[in-house]
Design a protein around this ligand. Structure first.
Ligand SMILES: Cc1cc2nc3c(=O)[nH]c(=O)nc-3n(C[C@H](O)[C@H](O)[C@H](O)COP(=O)(O)OP(=O)(O)OC[C@H]3O[C@@H](n4cnc5c(N)ncnc54)[C@H](O)[C@@H]3O)c2cc1C
Length: 314
């Protein structure tokens, strides 16, 4: 148990949190960063990253995040591997407490707790995440040129992912557990008219099939929920598009959230409804959800926190 006092407390250790840390430390603010349950954030679940600038060759997700952590530590970010369980944003300085009984008092807080993809929760799915199972077509679609893939879901995100994947894949199965899509009419029309997309109605994935060496997906076992008939689809990639869950539970009594639970921030900025509390990365961005956009908003949050502190002291 320890007490930490800081000008800037950063909650979360994904691209947004580490970047906020780097900027805040280099601004002389001596930030403390609480890593949370997933040190390095979502990218630690994936293999090759090809769309983060600065790496001419693909870099693995865990390695990229390790680099960011080391860079943050090198410029002076104090890391605490713990999880924030309670916050009080009604007092000044703000008070946050953690799973391990630590207490943090902070003049400003940057919330960068991300938004976790919802998964099917199958053991076989977990085994192949990063090896053929993905939750992000923008991130991984490129790897499936000329291959067969499947998307699970029936909402706008699933429709968008399926349409996006037709730019690469030879064939895209859209597996949906009902007999009608939930996506907007326009999206439904585009999906249904696309010759590369085949909708597999009334079906759920029971198992992801794949090889051991090299580890990789080569099919899915699906079950028709009306007939219970089981069949297999031969695919190279499975994209799970059943939504995201922003990690905002701890903040919901203080910060304004949108209908889907994302933190609402000022237009073109990271300020929340509480002066001195900023939000960066996927936790406030249901639209882009990329490492580079998260990192960018982490930088913005640190710069806004710095400005806020200057105003307080002037
Ligand atoms: C399988 C997969 C592959 C992807 N591939 C790519 C890709 O190739 N390129 C790309 O640009 N993007 C990719 N993405 C998206 C990218 O990972 C996210 O956009 C990015 O990680 C978001 O960064 P973030 O910092 O906002 O949040 P996250 O990376 O989600 O990090 C959130 C952090 O908050 C912490 N946290 C949560 N709750 C608490 C708490 N209560 N207390 C303290 N800490 C807490 C977690 O431990 C974690 O460290 C991929 C995502 C997935 C799931």
């Amino acid at each position: 148990m320890a007490e930490y006092k800081t000008k800037v407390l950063i909650i979360g250790s994904g691209p947004a949190g580490y970047t906020a840390g780097i900027y805040a430390a280099r601004a002389g603010l001596n930030p403390v960063l609480v890593s949370g349950p997933q040190i390095g954030g979502q990218l630690t679940m994936t293999t090759d990253i090809e769309n983060f600038p600065g790496f001419a060759e693909p870099i693995s997700g865990p390695q990229l995040m390790e680099n960011m952590r080391t860079q943050a530590q090198n410029v002076g970010v104090r890391m605490v591997d713990d999880k924030i369980t309670e916050v009080d944003f009604n007092t000044r300085p703000f008070v946050c407490s953690s799973e391990n009984g630590n207490e943090f008092t902070a003049d400003t807080v940057i919330v960068s707790t991300g938004s976790s993809a919802r998964w099917l929760n199958l053991p076989s799915e977990k085994k192949y995440i990063g090896f053929g199972v993905s939750a992000c077509a923008t991130c991984d679609g490129f790897f499936y040129r000329g291959k067969n893939v499947a998307v699970v879901g029936g909402g706008n995100t699933a429709a968008e992912e399926a349409l996006y994947l037709t730019g690469f894949a030879a064939k895209v199965y859209l597996i949906h557990r009902r007999d009608a899509l939930r996506a907007d009419a326009v999206m439904q029309k585009r999906v249904k008219e696309n010759p590369k997309i085949e909708i597999v109605w009334d079906s759920v994935v029971d198992e992801v099939l794949g090889s051991e060496q090299p580890l990789g997906v080569n099919g899915v076992k699906i079950r028709n929920v009306k007939t219970d008939a089981v069949s297999e689809l031969m695919i190279d990639g499975l994209f799970v598009a059943i939504g995201h869950h922003p990690n905002t539970e701890v903040f919901k009594n203080f910060l304004k959230l949108d209908d889907n639970g994302y933190i609402m921030t000022a237009p073109n900025g990271t300020a929340t409804n509480i002066a001195g509390v900023f939000a960066a990365g996927d936790v406030q961005d249901a639209k882009f959800r990329q490492a580079i956009t998260s990192a960018a908003s982490g930088a913005m949050a640190a710069m806004e926190a710095e400005k806020f502190l200057q105003m307080q002291n002037s």
